[in-house]
Each structure stands twice: as structure tokens, then as C-alpha cells.
Write a protein that binds this ligand. Structure first.
Ligand code: AMP
Ligand code: GLY
Length: 441
């Protein structure tokens, strides 16, 4: 399976992406670094700031500059002769990192602050969806406590409550009762999410399986990656509190090729067009979180970046044209990029967290991992740190992920779990049932 983009002279594009900079410190950024470093022509990928596993990835090097240090990143990128910067997380994008780097003359994969509103403001994103005719849950924006409570009373049924701004995945309450909706509204306007909770969106509650689609775009053309399914809950059987994601798999059979084309036509193309109508030249990823509800396919959310751990799951399925494709997105000439090869295999990703996640976690435990990486299996660090002694220790909620590819999901998950058996640290916590939807019992 290959994406339908026109071919050009690959040598010219490959040669121009010798040095890359990936911004971020998570598992997503490690996977991006790994995937870009193995593209032909790429000599070095700096990951700023990276994590305890970055230096173990062939061709990757950590760079001790924080993701919010715009001037430091710009200076370093220019000094290092970087031709493409890939920005991983939403925070720096919403804060205008891509704008600053572009103004400094760099090619950047990632939208400016204007386009990042797709994720950074739920009200803005819902208005855009409505304007573009993109199917999504019915909604009511509200900018004050009294306005929100009045809507809730008038509607008279429990509504989903979403803080407007970035809230690290914690700003959404899927309420079961009016009381729960009320409490969530009170909490937001009491300042739980700071400025992100100056306003909110109330939404009709939908139900159905969820799946994510990622479009790489230069603002005009786009390449779709295989659909992926994430596991948000900490507990087996999809129970317990929400997390950033405890595992994923791709391609998710929930969307076949025809359904993916519908997502392109009915969701992604109208969204890009609405962005252009607002004068926004969106160059980066559009992540569409979709729900297959009784009333049909609906957009639950848009994000302006790759999912984590969906990115770790997808990168091993992509071919060596990736660097050229991302550069073409950044330069606005995706139609001239080589077609992105997408492997037909199945990819399985299992995240290992620290004890206590998603609450307060243990830190500082030494991570022992045997050489479990093979051409079909990868270890991507996330919340880890390299100490001066050379020991790699846990330093965050989601510590690492093991990803494996095979012809079917049973074999892919068997390999991922076999790899995880070779990883040890005190308090290691992971789900044994990732991919239960696609594995034989
Ligand atoms: P979001 O941050 O918007 O992705 O919301 C987080 C999670 O809340 C989603 O992945 C869904 O599981 C759930 N959710 C969000 N909006 C709705 C909705 N309108 N109906 C039901 N569940 C929702
Ligand atoms: N895995 C969900 C996210 O990255 O938002």
C-alpha cells in the first residue's frame, strides 16, 4: 500500500534532509527520531531535550534545550545546519514555536499558533467543524459559570464538559448525570485548569468505538497514515482512570480503506479548506479522534500533533521516504514528494508506566533492558533519564513502550510482550490486554 503522491527525484529531497531536529521529550519524539534517522540521506537527528533512551537510538542525539526555549532552539538549529524541525508536542506549537522557527528561516513540520487552535481551543475547533460541515457532537459554548449552568438546565440531560484550552488530557468529563456535569462546570470555573478553563464547551454525549486518523499535510495535499486505536484507561478491560495512552495498535480494522477515504472526504478535506478560508497555512499533522457512533462517524476532537503512543505504533510501518515527506509538508510541496511507503503489516505497542500512574509516581528506579530491539521490534523510552553514572532511571508516568510488527496482531502482540518481559524496573506497570479487540482470546 502506498499513498497517492507524485514522484520526483528522490535524491534531491533526500540530500536536503541530512540534519534534523525533533522537539520534545516523550516516547513520540523518540519514535520520530528513530524513524527519521533511518531515512536514506539523514545523517543525524537531534532530539531536544529527548530522554534517557534518545542516545541509544542509532543516529539520534539528545540536545539539552527545553521545548519552550524558542530562541535557544532557533539558535541551535541554525548552528547545527538543521534543514527540518519536527515539533512533537502541542504546547510549544500553541505557543508559536513553529512561527518563531519559520520566521528565523527554518522549514518546520508543525502548525503555527493559529492552526494549533484546532487543539488548543475546543470552542474554536467546534466552530470550525460546524462551518466546514464536519460531523461532530452537538455543542454549546459557554464563557461563564452561569451561562454553562443555564444551558445544562435548559437541555435537561447530562452533557460532556470540556475545558476550552490545553489541559494535558484532563479537561474532559464524560458525565453520567446532571450532577456530574454541574460539578465539572463548577470545577472548571473555579480555576482547576487555569486559563484553559476561562471558557468551556458542553457537548452531547455520544457512544461507540474510537479510532484515530493522522493526516500529514502541507496545507493543500495530504497523506493519510493507517488508522490506530489507543487504550486510554489504566486498567485491564478498559477500566479505571484515563491516562495518556497505555498501548495502541495499527491498522485498526474499525476503518477499512473505503471508510478511511470517507474520513478524508468528509472530515479532513473540509477541515483543511476551512483552515485555508481563515487564512491558515497548516503544515503538520491533523490528528482526528473519531467515534463510530450510532448516528455515524463523528469527530470527537482534533489535535495538532501525532498521538502518543499512536506515533510509536505507526512509525515502524513507514518507509524511508518519511523525512522527505515531512520536509515537503514543511515546504508546501507535498505533491512533489516521493510516495510514502506504508508496510502492510500489523504493529502492536505496549506502554510500561511507573507505579502510581496516572497519579503521583515513583521515580529514580534503574531501568534494565536487555537488547530486545530487532528489525521487527523497538524499544522507545519516554519518562526516563540518563544519570551521570550512566544508569538510566525512571523519570515520569509513562516510562517506555515496546512496539513490534508482524503479519498478524497475535504475533505482533506476542512479540511486544516477549520484549517487555526483558525490561525490568521497580514498580513496572502495564496492561496485559492491549489489543484485545484484535487478538484471539
Ligand atoms: P477529548 O480530549 O476531546 O478527546 O476527550 C477525551 C475523551 O473523552 C475522548 O477520547 C472520548 O472517549 C471522550 N469524549 C469526548 N467527547 C465525547 C462525547 N461528545 N461523547 C462521548 N465521549 C466523549
Ligand atoms: N494517545 C492520545 C493522545 O496522544 O492524545
Amino acid at each position: 500500500m502506498t499513498a497517492s503522491v507524485r514522484t520526483t527525484d528522490p535524491a534531491s529531497t533526500e540530500a536536503s534532509v541530512r540534519h534534523l531536529l525533533v522537539v520534545g521529550s516523550g516516547g513520540r519524539e523518540n519514535a520520530l527520531g528513530w524513524a527519521l534517522a533511518r531515512c536514506p540521506g539523514v545523517e543525524r537527528v537531534w532530539v531536544a531535550p529527548g530522554n534517557g533512551g534518545t542516545a541509544q537510538l542509532e543516529g539520534c542525539e539528545p540536545l539539552a534545550i527545553g521545548e519552550s526555549d524558542q530562541e535557544g532552539l532557533l539558535r541551535a538549529a541554525l548552528e547545527l545546519g538543521v534543514t527540518l524541525v519536527v515539533v512533537g508536542p502541542e504546547g510549544p506549537l500553541a505557543n508559536g514555536l513553529a512561527d518563531r522557527l519559520r520566521a528565523g528561516g527554518l522549514a518546520v513540520f508543525g502548525p503555527g499558533a493559529d492552526g494549533a487552535q484546532l487543539e488548543a481551543s475546543k470552542q474554536w475547533a467546534k466552530a470550525l467543524m460546524q462551518e466546514a460541515g464536519v460531523p461532530s457532537a452537538g455543542h454549546w459554548p459557554a464563557s461563564s459559570r452561569s451561562e454553562a449552568l443555564a444551558v445544562l438546565e435548559a437541555v435537561g440531560r447530562p452533557l460532556v464538559v470540556k475545558a476550552d484550552g490545553l489541559a494535558a488530557g484532563k479537561g474532559v468529563t464524560v458525565a453520567e448525570s446532571l450532577e456530574e456535569s454541574r460539578a465539572a462546570i463548577e470545577e472548571i470555573f473555579a480555576g482547576r485548569f487555569g486559563e484553559a478553563g476561562d471558557s468551556l464547551v458542553l457537548e452531547e454525549r455520544l457512544s461507540g468505538p474510537e479510532v484515530s486518523v493522522f493526516a500529514l499535510t502541507d496545507g493543500q495535499a495530504m497523506v493519510l497514515l493507517p488508522p490506530a486505536q489507543d487504550h486510554k484507561r489504566i486498567g485491564e478491560g478498559d477500566t479505571g482512570p484515563n491516562t495518556g495512552g497505555m498501548g495502541a495498535y495499527a491498522p485498526a480494522p474499525l476503518l477499512d480503506a473505503a471508510a478511511l477515504e470517507r474520513v478524508r472526504r468528509e472530515v479532513l478535506e473540509p477541515t483543511l479548506q476551512a483552515l485555508r478560508q481563515r487564512g491558515i497555512d497548516y503544515r503538520g499533522v491533523i490528528y482526528a479522534g473519531l467515534m463510530l457512533s450510532e448516528g455515524g462517524l463523528k469527530v470527537i476532537e482534533f489535535n495538532c500533533r501525532f498521538g502518543d503512543p499512536e506515533c510509536q505504533t505507526l512509525m515502524p510501518l513507514l518507509g524511508g521516504e518519511l523525512a522527505a515527506v515531512l520536509l515537503a509538508c514543511a515546504r508546501g510541496n507535498l505533491n512533489q514528494a516521493p510516495p510514502l511507503t506504508i508496510s502492510a503489516g500489523c504493529s502492536a505497542c505496549v506502554v510500561a508506566a511507573a507505579e502510581g500512574y496516572p497519579g503521583d509516581v515513583r521515580r529514580g528506579d534503574v531501568i534494565h533492558s536487555q537488547s530486545l530491539s530487532t528489525p521487527q521490534r523497538q524499544l522507545f523510552h519516554a519518562g526516563s533519564r540518563l544519570e551521570e553514572s550512566g544508569a538510566c532511571v525512571t523519570a515520569g508516568g509513562r516510562v517506555l513502550a515496546v512496539v513490534a510488527q508482524a503479519e498478524d496482531f497475535d504475533a505482533a502482540f506476542a512479540s511486544a510482550y516477549a520484549g517487555l518481559d526483558q525490561v525490568h524496573y521497580e514498580g513496572i506497570t502495564f496492561r496485559r490486554d492491549i489489543g484485545h479487540q484484535v487478538r484471539r482470546p
